[in-house]
Ligand binder design. Structure first.
Ligand code: S3P
Length: 167
């Protein structure tokens, strides 16, 4: 398989950019959070609330392994996918990993008011900044390419396409 795996923080635009890129490349689009929701029959937020983050991470890992085996496409992942090295291995061995890296202010404005992001439920902006700081090194270590995701959806999609064509 030769997927384009999009990783990055909540609000970095993985799903929107991924859908547009898949459209342009005329290939399948996969969204692992949506797959987890389909599998569990509920929302990500409810999985966190009812069963806990651990259960969500198990479902996410299973989904990543399943998607890795599907026909080549563009994959939007959940922001915490890199926390499990097994996910990073599965992504690396089935394609290219592109990090959508946006300024924290841009991310904060995009996720502002979202009630679908359980990790921000209690801490808001501070939680977002803490998570971004904690994960920055992990994201960069996993990525084959890093793209500035602060701009418009079109600009970011162009940048991902360009980055992939040079790898
Ligand atoms: C998470 C990000 C979410 C979702 C879950 C956990 C994270 O996905 O997978 O709430 O750990 O950053 P998005 O990045 O699509 O918001």
């Amino acid at each position: 398989m030769d997927h384009i795996w999009l990783i990055g923080m909540m609000g970095s635009g993985k799903s929107t950019v991924g859908r547009l890129l898949a459209d342009r490349l005329n290939c399948p689009f996969y969204d692992t959070d949506a797959d987890v929701e389909e599998e569990s029959g509920t929302t990500v937020a409810e999985v966190f609330e009812d069963a806990g983050e651990r259960t969500f991470r198990d479902l996410e890992r299973t989904t990543i392994a399943e998607v890795a085996a599907l026909p080549s496409g563009v994959v939007a992942t959940g922001g915490g996918v890199v926390l499990d090295h097994r996910n990073v291995e599965a992504m690396k061995s089935s394609g290219t990993i592109v990090l959508l890296a946006a300024d924290i202010e841009v991310i904060a404005s995009r996720v502002d008011g979202s009630n679908q992001r359980p990790l921000l439920a209690d801490g808001g902006d501070l939680a977002l900044r803490t998570i971004a700081d904690e994960r920055d090194g992990v994201y960069r270590a996993a990525a084959d390419a890093v793209v500035d995701a602060s701009g418009s959806i079109d600009d970011v999609t162009n940048a991902v396409e360009a980055a992939c064509s040079t790898l």
